[in-house]
Design a protein. Structure first.
Length: 209
């Protein structure tokens, strides 16, 4: 008995299947652990098809992780800009900003984890991160907003403040199993990080003790 021939799939469908499989595989295994063979198997394509469409593992990683994450940053930036309250206190607006950033990182933890691992092993990945338009725009806009709020003599350069705040939230999201005692609740971690970062931002208004 002959095996039914599978319906021919378009290039667009195959591309989508590969990107979806790569996103899952990079999320599970990280950049170095993921293999194009495993991605091809999960997408139900051949490695030859994968390489014809993407050329290299690096290009596939860019399509599956960098491009979507950059788009998520752009959308987050737009959402944050539409919801920002410029009339509230710096402490209130900072707390809302940190809470939104925590939600964003929790939602995209898998892709961010893949990005962290890739940057640890790839100079190209580190360069691509520095060139992510969505992330760069996010830093620039928040630094400009903080500069307007704190005036011409900030205690800490706002460009550094927004990046240190981002790093604190990123680390507490990606490495919480390493950093916090076993049994610490997610709510307690979020509250502690938000309070710590908010107080660090708020010192821009108060100045050093």
């Amino acid at each position: 008995m002959s095996t039914p021939r599978r319906k021919r799939r378009s290039k667009e469908i195959i591309t989508g299947l590969i990107i979806e499989a790569a996103n899952r595989e990079f999320g599970r295994q990280g950049y170095t652990g993921a293999t194009t063979a495993a991605i091809a198997r999960e997408a139900d394509v051949t490695e030859a098809q994968l390489f014809r469409l993407f050329g290299s593992k690096e290009a596939l990683f860019q399509a599956a992780i960098f491009a979507p994450l950059n788009q998520h940053f752009t959308e987050f930036l737009a959402d944050e800009a539409s919801g920002v309250d410029r009339t509230g206190s710096l402490r209130t607006s900072s707390h809302l900003y940190i809470s939104a950033l925590q939600d964003f990182m929790a939602k995209n933890a898998r892709m961010l984890g893949s990005l962290v691992v890739a940057c640890a092993y790839s100079d190209e990945a580190r360069q691509q991160v520095s060139e992510m338009e969505g992330l760069r725009a996010y830093f620039d806009r928040n630094a400009q907003m903080m500069s307007r709020r704190v005036g011409s003599a900030p205690v800490v350069d706002p460009n550094l403040t927004v990046r240190v705040s981002f790093a604190a939230v990123l680390a507490s999201t990606m490495f919480k199993e390493w950093l916090f005692p076993q049994g610490t609740s997610e709510e307690d971690i979020r509250h502690a990080v938000a309070a710590f970062v908010t107080d660090g931002i708020y010192i821009q208004d108060e100045g050093p003790a």
